[in-house]
Write a protein that binds this ligand. Sequence first.
Ligand code: DCC
Length: 156
Amino acid sequence: MPEPAFQDYYPENVSHCYGCGSLNALGLRIRTRWEGDESVTRFTPRPEHTAIPGFVYGGLLASLVDCHSTGTAAAAMYRQEGRAMDTLPAYRFVTASLHVDYLAPTPLGVELEVRGRVKRIEGRKVVVEATVSALGKVTARGEVVAAQMREGFGQV
Ligand SMILES: CCCCCCCCCCCC(=O)SCCNC(=O)CCNC(=O)[C@H](O)C(C)(C)COP(=O)(O)OP(=O)(O)OC[C@H]1O[C@@H](n2cnc3c(N)ncnc32)[C@H](O)[C@@H]1OP(=O)(O)O
């Protein structure tokens, strides 16, 4: 049995996200785990994720960085407290800021590796930096500011 992914611990009400929700049948359904101090997601883009024939759409790469990093932010908070991700109180993070630099074209048809590192945890905010690699070469680099969801998120 493979080790559970961060996303396996997301409660149902936050499992509909296009990038990381296990209940979103049309989504990417990424799966992220710790490898030492780094978080890792492996994902193989599909033909519909094309930008230019043979190369991956940048928005897809941004989605991978985004959901990889918000998951990493939540996992990092639990890890800091020595708690499992299915224990209360729950930590849920949304994207406050997403920055991506595209360093080289990303080839389609191969597995991509997203690696994240927690840069800092400050109060309700976690800053995560991430790289996307194809065939061992870093093709994109990103940084996400993830903010802890407040009670009543989205209510105006
Ligand atoms: C296990 C289950 C997991 C479950 C997790 C499952 C979740 C799936 C998430 C998928 C990822 C997404 O696509 S989420 C969807 C896209 N994102 C959103 O819709 C978020 C919309 N924005 C908002 O709701 C709000 O602006 C928030 C929540 C981001 C922040 O508002 P707030 O809650 O009032 O908090 P606020 O005090 O303003 O900010 C908190 C800290 O973040 C900083 N901050 C806020 N915005 C920014 C920003 N753009 N750039 C830099 N930093 C920022 C502030 O300076 C502050 O730092 P300091 O002063 O304290 O130092």
